[in-house]
Design a protein around this ligand. Sequence first.
Ligand code: FES
Ligand code: FES
Length: 159
Amino acid sequence: MTTIPISFTVNDRDVELSLDPRESLLDVLRERLALTGTKKGCDQGHCGACTVHLDGRRVLSCLTPAVQAAEQHVTTIEGVAGQDGDLHPLQQAFIDNDALQCGYCTPGQIMSGLACIAEGNTTTDDTIREYMSGNVCRCGAYVGIVAAVRQCAHRTEAS
Ligand code: FES
Ligand code: FES
């Protein structure tokens, strides 16, 4: 099997690995770096549970070859809270708005929500719903999820 040496950062930590080019970023994060906050739902690009940021853009890590992260910055849910352990305002907003039940989709929802806010796609609830539509919640916590993104977007704009 041919492997490719690559280096990248994950949540500000430098990583060097030799990777099979067929390995997904999701499997590398979970199985080789023990970052299990990023969830595997469908493994086929349909559910959004595996959403992470690659150089600030949201990607579905199940569809992203890990070698594509070479020389880039990966942010996972483990890198969202502050260094001191304080929750990010969007994490707090999920709690405030009961935006989760089982929690399986939540890391992906938060990574997409952060991107949605950074992209400015929060002007109306319909806009939030549209730009969060790639993230499926089997528990149906959508009302709380939209409220959480709206709350955090407003706080971010006000600060
Ligand atoms: Fe990647 Fe479902 S696990 S989209
Ligand atoms: Fe259970 Fe979303 S909270 S799948």
